[in-house]
Design a protein around this ligand. Structure first.
Ligand code: ADP
Ligand code: MG
Length: 695
């Protein structure tokens, strides 16, 4: 016999398996399954225990169980919805199976007296317990368990049923078991030993078919840990690769004497904090290099990130380059524009504002000024930059509140300034503090700077949570604060993602408050206002011509009015911790004591209670983020759930945090000592999904 090495799993197409024809292969490809390796790494969502059989008489509502019996009656019920009802019995009790979709052939199979075994969830129906569309088999059975292992439930797609998926995975596992398939171990033995990782083969076998005694313990088991480790490693490697590729581009070294920023600093009414000075130095050092900076600046709400951005921008301008400042919302962009204009015009630096609905001619002029270089700085929202033509002398892009942007948008921004092999420097700012280990895992392609200090003299915001029935007391509080010359925010929230409804709710609240507080000057902002109307209201609030600003969550980020000392958040239970913390960060910016009132409707869920409690107890954005992570999970905290980045299959950033340091170290070792493992590991776990598109 010929000695043949078995094919590697990543090279064996699924059509090599029994019963996989072109049609099925095409359906599987829809969920990213092309090779047998893809199938082996298509991991169960959960498991079901089908090892023991439940007597029909002992079946309970809500129980997912395997049952056996004989068909007693099968009939089609007509009515609101046609259904095939099959009654089965086993001597101890009865059960009805209900099928809404069925073929004639299927129907004919249910002859009276036919033995049947099924698995499904029992629910109360019109005549006793039912299972809707259970999995079933017809024929004679032994009473022995069908399997000694837990039954995996896989992510599937239209036209591929659970049993098919199980059967395919089982085939692949058999091939692996019989040595007819190779599953390459890309982690060298010495690294496996160093990090206490069992073999990949065992881990894969077990995750698809965990033994029963492992039922409670699939997660956290060493075999699962092995897969989680490898998955995190693959992500880490891919991020580092991304970073390395970026470093191959050139960037203009921005290393002027620094006179412009010195002048700005001298004109500021405050001294920079030590933390601000430190991160400015870090940024300046990056900018001086001939490779693009890619730095994430984290700083809690109110920590003074804007002036740090100005320091970077002035560096670019003084070196003879242009800079762009991008904000996620119109409101925030406007505020940046105001700030920058105020700071930079005295220095003789010309700024262009890319406003939303401006006159066409004015917009044209702005774009021309950017293109011919007469404007050195552009401020606007991301959407506007999408329209704008590339500007050729762009040396730096500053992106504020990056958690609102996907990485793709970030890359698109950078490409605005692309010129051959040259890319602009990028500074990304966020007020969503991310615990360091997590940040390293999620943003291994970025350098990290942290402003870990608030400007001096800030008083913690006193936070209280009150039920909505005490709203009248809150109204009195607003009146008193404004009578003392302070200003207040009243934020309206709605669950629906509808700007229109939210705007309506805010308008209604504003009307109600105007009636209750006729002596106050009340303003209203929401997402449906035209930008100049919004701008006018904000300007009036900032100037102190409005006492009470009723708003939707559009004011969540960035708005800065130090005289505002009272923040009311209506239906606070509807918002997440990060958002509440951001909103509260709108007050407490001056020297006066500030207050935040969280109004909630009674009947809070457990999680909502915890959120409000965390907020009452803590002012520290990092501590809040850690709690948020526990309550909501990393996908939400990183904002990656929407953008679809960092989707993990086995690993769980929260549960597996203890692995992260080892993963990072292992990634480094692998890159240096076993570079041949890098690409296959990335391909195995990230597959055809390109994380960041073309870099
Ligand atoms: P954020 O980090 O939330 O973007 P901002 O840049 O809006 O914070 O700054 C918040 C407020 O603090 C602004 O009014 C700003 O002028 C002020 N500020 C910034 N740095 C300092 C400082 N070192 N000392 C005092 N006030 C400062
Ligand atoms: Mg800000």
């Amino acid at each position: 016999m010929e000695d043949r090495t078995p094919p590697p799993a990543e090279e064996l197409p699924l059509t090599a398996l029994h019963r996989v024809g072109p049609r099925l292969a095409e359906r599987l490809a829809r969920i990213g399954l092309e090779s047998v390796q893809d199938l082996l790494f298509h991991l169960p969502l959960r498991y079901e225990d089908r090892t023991t059989r439940v007597q029909l008489g002992a079946l309970r509502p809500g129980q997912a169980a395997r049952v056996q019996g004989e068909v007693e009656l099968a009939q089609v019920q007509f009515g609101r919805r046609r259904a095939l009802l099959v009654r089965i019995g086993d001597g101890s009790g009865m059960l009805t199976l209900r099928f809404f979709h069925f073929s004639r052939q299927q129907q004919q199979g249910f002859q009276r007296g036919t033995p049947i075994e099924c698995f499904g969830e029992a629910r109360p129906g019109p005549s006793g317990l039912e299972m809707v569309h259970p999995e079933y088999r017809l024929g004679a059975f032994q009473d022995a368990p069908t399997s000694a292992t837990l039954t995996p439930v896989y992510p599937v797609t239209e036209g591929v049923r659970q049993p098919t998926m199980r059967q395919l995975v089982a085939q692949a596992l058999t091939l692996l078991d019989d040595g007819r398939l190779q599953l390459h171990e890309w982690l060298p033995a010495e690294l496996r030993a160093r990090y206490g990782l069992p073999s990949l083969r065992d881990a894969v076998q077990r995750i698809h078919a965990p033994p029963l005694e492992q039922a409670q313990q699939v997660t956290g088991h060493p075999l699962q840990r092995r897969l989680a480790f490898e998955e995190l490693l693959a992500h880490q490697l891919s991020l580092r690769q991304l970073r390395e590729r970026l470093q191959r581009y050139a960037a203009p070294p921005l290393d002027p004497p620094g006179e412009l920023f010195d002048a700005l600093r001298a004109s500021l009414p405050f001294t920079l904090t030590a933390a601000q000075t430190r991160v400015i130095d870090e940024i300046h050092a990056d900018l001086a290099r001939p490779q693009p900076m890619l730095r994430l600046l984290q700083g809690d709400v109110g920590s003074g990130k804007t002036v740090v951005a100005a320091a970077a921008v002035l560096r670019a301008v003084e070196a003879g380059w242009q800079a762009a400042v991008v904000a996620p919302t119109e409101l925030l962009a406007e505020q940046h524009a105001r700030n920058f204009r105020h700071w930079l015009e005295p220095l003789g630096v010309n700024m262009a504002w890319l406003g939303g609905r401006g006159q066409r001619a004015a917009r044209r002029a702005t774009l021309d000024a950017l293109a011919d270089g007469s404007a050195r700085i552009a401020v606007g929202t991301h959407a506007l930059f999408q329209e704008a033509p590339a500007f050729g002398e762009l040396g730096l892009v500053v992106i504020d509140e990056q958690h609102r942007f996907g990485v793709h948008q970030r890359l698109a921004m950078r490409d605005k300034g692309a010129d051959g092999d040259r890319r602009p420097h990028q500074l990304i700012m966020t007020a969503t503090p991310i615990p360091r280990t997590l940040a390293m895992a999620a943003y291994a392609d970025l350098d990290l700077s942290v402003i870990d200090e608030l400007p001096p003299g800030r008083k913690p915001v006193t936070t209280v949570a009150l039920p909505a029935r005490r709203r009248d007391e809150v109204v009195v509080r607003v009146r008193d604060a404004c009578a003392e010359g302070r200003q207040a925010y009243w934020v309206c929230t709605l669950i629906e993602e509808s700007e229109a409804l939210e705007a309506e709710a805010a308008a209604a609240t504003a009307d109600g408050l105007a009636e209750a507080l006729p002596e106050l000057r009340i303003g209203l902002v929401h997402g449906r206002l035209k930008s100049d109307a919004k701008e006018a209201v904000m300007r009036a609030f900032k100037a102190g011509d409005i006492d009470l600003l009723v708003a939707t969550t559009v004011i969540e980020v960035g708005v800065d009015v130090p005289n505002a000392t009272l923040m009311i958040i209506d239906n606070a239970e509807r918002l997440g911790l990060a958002q509440l913390h951001q909103l509260r960060g709108r007050v407490g910016r001056g020297a006066e004591q500030s207050f935040c009132v969280l109004l909630y409707r009674e009947g809070l869920s457990r999680n909502a209670q915890r959120r409000l409690e965390v907020l009452r107890e803590s002012q520290d954005g990092f501590a809040i983020a850690r709690r948020d992570l526990e309550i909501r999970g990393p996908g939400e905290v990183l904002g990656t759930r929407q953008t679809g980045e960092l989707q993990l299959r086995v690993a769980d950033l929260l549960r597996d945090q203890p692995l992260l340091a080892d993963v990072q170290q292992c990634a480094e070792t692998l890159r240096q000592e076993h570079p041949e493992s890098v690409a296959p590991l990335i391909a195995r776990w990230l597959g055809a999904r390109t994380r960041y598109g073309d870099v």
